[in-house]
Design a protein around this ligand. Structure first.
Ligand code: GTP
Ligand code: MG
Length: 192
């Protein structure tokens, strides 16, 4: 896709802040530090558009980015940082859960998992939950550049085995690996 424009629109801390123009939305989900904001910047080829950080939990609001004036990328808060003993609901905030369960203009959910590690308990919980929803859903294995091709292929198999069903795309915000494949999934979700 050609990116003619990409702009940060707003950070929502409560429901009344969600956009209300009805444009389709692509949501990015995953644990803190998995690379959501980096992936978004890489897809849009705008370096500092979504804030990235080494400090997990950087993105705490729901952030809306308008692309080509026709759809939104939605960067959701990361889950699972230092709160692993609680349930997904209290861990991750009611806000993200409300958004995911109620948002009607959600065209595609993209769950990110770190390709270097096996999916966590919370990753699997979110996977189960998204599998039971009607919204199209796919998984992205991030930070592929941190593994050798062999190691990466092995990890991809583990992720696919633990999270069967959705398409799994390998990605690196550093090398650009997976960018084209992911865009083509996003484009077809926007068309349907
Ligand atoms: P929160 O907003 O805290 O939930 O994190 P996030 O999921 O948005 O992660 P973010 O994009 O901020 O990235 C976290 C860290 O991982 C940063 O230091 C990034 O530079 C690094 N990172 C993200 N993607 C990649 C990647 O593909 N390769 C490498 N090598 N590092 C990455
Ligand atoms: Mg972030």
């Amino acid at each position: 896709m050609k990116i003619a424009s990409a702009e940060f629109v707003k950070s929502a801390f409560e429901r009344s802040h969600w956009t209300d123009d009805g444009l389709p939305e692509i949501a990015f989900l995953g644990r803190s530090n998995v690379g959501k904001s980096s992936l978004l910047n890489s897809l849009l080829q705008r370096k500092g558009l979504a804030r990235t950080s080494n400090t997990p939990g950087r993105t705490q609001s729901i952030n809306f980015f308008l692309v080509n004036g026709s759809f939104y990328f939605v960067d959701l808060p990361g889950y699972g940082f230092a709160r692993v003993s609680k349930t997904m609901r209290s861990d991750w905030g009611k806000m993200a859960e409300d958004y995911l369960s109620e948002r009607e203009n959600l065209a595609l959910c993209i769950q990110l998992v770190d390709s270097r590690h096996d999916p966590t308990q919370l990753d699997l919980q979110l996977y189960e939950w998204l599998m039971h929803r009607e919204t199209p859903y796919l998984v992205v294995a991030t930070k592929a550049d941190k593994l050798s091709n062999n190691q990466f292929a092995k990890q991809l198999q583990i992720i696919k085995a633990k999270m069967p069903g959705p398409e799994v795309i390998g990605f690196s915000a550093v090398s650009g690996k997976g960018r084209e494949a992911l865009w083509s999934e996003i484009e077809s979700a926007l068309k349907s």
